[in-house]
Write a protein that binds this ligand. Structure first.
Ligand code: TXA
Ligand code: MG
Length: 319
């Protein structure tokens, strides 16, 4: 079976909503990456998400809703969580908050935790699917577990390591404008904690609620799902490279130079971290297709650079 690609028009969205209502899983575009969506109240649909991704069952999923009102029926949005929701939703921020007892979310979504990750996506196609379905959607990134996240419909179905034949459909909404997963904030012992850097820079969050505790440690992952090898291409990856060594494919940040070769890839010709984030996963796929070890230039750690460097460190981590 091959997976059909649906256009992001009214009939395509209607078809996606019907499949989701029937318990199927469908990949949909969000502003961050493509998500593999299933109805969050339907345990079978959620089980299908885990099966299609080959994801370890202890790794909880983000619940996507169409607005703050629906989010509040599922989780408790108090104090700073509410301020962040009001400031950044719809958008690339996931809030991990206490799960309401009567939320009606399949326990597999939260992997049995007492908290739930909630997000209101900004992408018009994701919003249209949520409205057409009228129910929350559980959706991890639409890639096999541990592999590079998809930022186009073609990535979702990629012949080498995609989900073609494993899911009911993908809705083609073009390239994801942010290109990196959402920033995840949770609360530990009452302290706001950065569980994953992502599409909303940590600085923007701290400007609103003050310093975030680091919750995010490559060597001692304590949030579920913070496996150290993740986002991995097939090829080995070398970071902070001034240039390519013999036999390496170089991925730069800034204009291609004589040293790196005219054919070298770059995350952003103008060294713009926003553009680099949007292109990161696609460029990693392009580099991987060349079949040689990959060397990546240093990326400044401010703003979205922190999230880019997080993904690169995981892609380079021991497998
Ligand atoms: O941008 C995104 O966040 C994309 C799009 C599709 O929304 N989704 C995404 O989902 O990146 P996923 O499953 O690939 O990553 C979600 C992360 C996982 O590391 C998971 O462990 C964490 O969120 N997470 C979800 N619920 C959690 C919870 N209750 N407590 C702690 N971590 C949680
Ligand atoms: Mg993922």
């Amino acid at each position: 079976m091959t997976t059909p690609t649906l256009p992001a028009d009214a009939p395509g969205i209607d078809r996606a909503a019907r499949l989701l209502a029937a318990g199927e899983v469908v990949a949909i575009p969000t502003e961050t990456v493509y998500g593999l969506a299933g109805a969050a109240r339907d345990p079978q649909a959620v089980a299908r998400i885990y099966a299609a991704k080959g994801r370890p069952a202890f790794n909880p999923l983000i619940v996507h809703v169409d607005g703050i009102g629906e989010a509040e029926r599922i989780g408790v949005l108090d104090g700073d969580a509410r301020r962040l929701a009001q400031a950044f939703w719809p958008g690339a921020l996931t809030l991990v908050v206490p799960l309401r007892a009567d939320a009606g979310i399949a326990s597999l979504v939260t992997a049995g935790l007492a908290t739930v990750g909630l997000r209101v996506p900004a992408h018009p196609v994701a919003q249209a699917v949520l409205r057409a379905l009228g129910q929350p959607l559980a959706a991890p990134s639409a890639n096999p577990s541990g592999r590079i996240s998809p930022t186009t419909a073609a990535h979702v179905l990629d012949a080498s390591g995609g989900l073609n034949g494993r899911i009911a459909a993908v809705v083609d909404g073009g390239a994801c404008p942010v290109g990196l997963e959402s920033t995840i904030v949770g609360w530990r012992g009452g302290r706001a904690t950065l569980l994953r850097p992502g599409g909303v820079p940590a600085e923007a969050i701290e400007a609103l609620i003050g310093p975030l505790a680091p919750g995010h440690d490559l060597d001692a992952p304590d949030a579920p799902g913070q496996l150290s090898s993740h986002y991995a291409p097939d090829a080995p990856l070398r970071l902070d490279a001034a240039g390519p060594r013999e036999g390496e494919t170089f991925v730069g940040f800034g204009p291609a130079s004589d040293e790196t070769g005219a054919g070298a890839l770059t995350l952003s010709p103008t060294a713009d971290p926003v553009e680099a984030a949007a292109r990161l996963f696609d460029v990693l796929r392009q580099a991987d297709r060349l079949g040689r070890p990959i060397a990546v230039a240093p990326i400044p750690d401010a703003g979205l650079g922190a999230a880019i460097n997080d993904r690169l460190r995981r892609a380079a981590a021991p497998r």
